[in-house]
Design a protein around this ligand. Structure first.
Ligand code: HEC
Ligand code: HEC
Length: 295
C-alpha cells in the first residue's frame, strides 16, 4: 500500500505520529519531578512576601524589570550568579520578563538595607537623579488588604501561621513590597555561603597604592559622589550608612580593613563594590576618604 497516494490516510497517520511525539516529549515530562527540580534551600514565600509579590505584579514592575540573570559573563558580572531553574519552583506565575528599562532584580535581595528601598520607592530621583522609575510613595499610605492572604497561601500550598497573617493587618503595601524585594535571590546566596567551592582570591595590599596621589584623590571624590553619597551622605557624615569621617570604624581602621569593607560589603547593608567599580577605584575612594577624615 502506498500511503502517499491516500491523502486522508496520510493526514491521519501524520497526526498520530505528531500526537505521540508531543505527548512523549512535552506532556509526560510536565508531570515528572525531574523537570521541575527544586533547588535545596529554596524556600516558599512567607505571607508578607507573597502579598508583596502580588503588589509587584499589580503595579507592573515587571514591565521595566526582569528577574532572571542569563548565564552570560557581562550579566553575571553586573548582577551576580546566573539564575537556576530550581530557584523558580515556588513562582506562580514566573516574573522573568523580557524588558529591562530598569536593572534585573533577581539578585536584589540583601543588596541594600530596607531603609534604602523605602527611600528609593518613595523618590527614586533623590537617589539616582536620572532615574525614570516612577515614585511609589503612595504605597506607604495604603494599608494592606489581607482578605485573601490565607486563601492564597492555602492554594499555593505554602506553610503559614495564622498569627503571621494577623500581623500583616497593620502593614502597608510598601512594607510587604520591600519584604518581597529582600527575598529575591536570597535563598541562592544562602546556599552559596554553605558551598565548599571557594574561588582563590588575590591578596589585598596592606598599603594604598594611591595614597597622597592628587589626581587619584580628585577621582576618588567623584567616585564617592556617584556611588557612596546616596547612603553615606554628600559630606560623608552618614545617612542610611554610617558616618565615614570618624576615626574609629566598626570594622577596623587600617587601609586593608577599609578595602575589605568596601570590596566585599558588610552585613548591615553595605553593598560589595569590587564587582562594580573594581580595585583601583576602591583604592582611590579610600585615598579621598583619608583626606576628609577626622585626624
Ligand atoms: C518605567 C520603568 C520602571 C518601573 C515601572 C519600575 N522601575 Fe524600578 N527601576 C527603573 C530604573 C530605570 C531603575 C534604575 C535607576 C534607579 O534605581 O532608580 C530602577 C531601579 C529599581 C531598583 C534598584 C535596583 C538596583 O539593583 O539598584 C529596585 C529595587 C526597583 N527599581 C524596584 C521597582 C519596583 C518594586 C517597581 C514597581 C513598584 C518598579 N521598580 C517599577 C525603572 C522602573
Ligand atoms: C546602599 C547603601 C550604601 C552604599 C551605596 C554604600 N554604603 Fe557603605 N555602608 C552602608 C551601611 C548600611 C554600612 C554599615 C554596615 C554594617 O555595619 O554592617 C556601611 C559601611 C561602610 C563602611 C564600614 C564602616 C565601619 O564602621 O567599619 C565603609 C568603609 C563604607 N561603608 C564605605 C563605603 C564606600 C566607599 C561606598 C561607595 C563606594 C559605600 N560605602 C557605599 C551602606 C552603603
Amino acid at each position: 500500500m502506498n500511503i502517499y497516494g491516500k491523502p486522508v490516510m496520510f493526514a491521519i497517520v501524520a497526526f498520530a505520529v505528531i500526537a505521540v511525539g508531543t505527548l512523549v516529549t512535552t506532556f509526560i515530562p510536565l508531570f515528572l519531578p525531574a523537570t521541575a527540580p527544586a533547588l535545596q534551600g529554596v524556600k516558599p514565600y512567607t505571607a508578607a512576601e507573597l502579598e508583596g509579590r502580588d503588589i509587584y505584579i499589580r503595579e507592573g514592575c515587571n514591565n521595566c524589570h526582569t528577574q532572571t540573570v542569563r548565564p552570560l559573563q557581562p550579566e553575571v558580572a553586573r548582577y551576580g550568579e546566573y539564575s537556576r531553574a530550581g530557584e523558580f519552583t515556588y513562582d506562580r506565575p514566573f516574573l522573568w520578563g523580557s524588558k529591562r528599562t530598569g536593572p534585573d532584580l533577581a539578585r536584589v535581595g540583601g543588596k541594600y538595607p530596607d531603609s534604602w528601598h523605602y527611600q528609593h520607592m518613595k523618590d527614586p530621583q533623590s537617589m539616582f537623579p536620572k532615574s525614570n522609575m516612577p515614585a511609589y510613595a503612595w504605597l506607604a499610605e495604603r494599608k494592606l488588604d489581607t482578605t485573601y492572604t490565607e486563601r492564597k497561601m492555602k492554594t499555593l500550598g505554602f506553610p503559614y501561621k495564622t498569627e503571621e497573617i494577623k500581623a500583616l493587618e497593620s502593614k502597608t503595601e510598601l512594607d510587604v513590597l520591600v519584604a518581597y524585594l529582600q527575598k529575591l535571590g536570597r535563598d541562592l546566596k544562602e546556599i552559596e555561603k554553605g558551598s565548599v567551592v571557594k574561588v582563590a582570591e588575590a591578596a589585598v595590599p596592606e598599603k594604598n597604592p594611591f595614597e597622597g596621589n592628587a589626581d587619584a584623590i580628585k577621582e576618588g571624590k567623584k567616585i564617592f559622589e556617584t556611588n557612596c553619597a546616596v547612603c553615606h551622605g554628600k559630606d560623608a557624615k552618614g545617612g542610611i550608612g554610617p558616618n565615614l569621617l570618624r576615626k574609629d570604624f566598626k570594622y577596623g581602621r587600617s587601609d586593608s580593613d577599609l578595602y575589605t569593607s568596601i570590596s566585599k560589603g558588610r552585613p548591615g547593608g553595605m553593598p560589595d563594590w569590587e564587582p562594580k567599580i573594581g580595585r583601583d577605584r576602591i583604592w582611590k575612594v579610600i585615598a579621598y576618604l583619608r583626606t576628609i577624615q577626622e585626624k
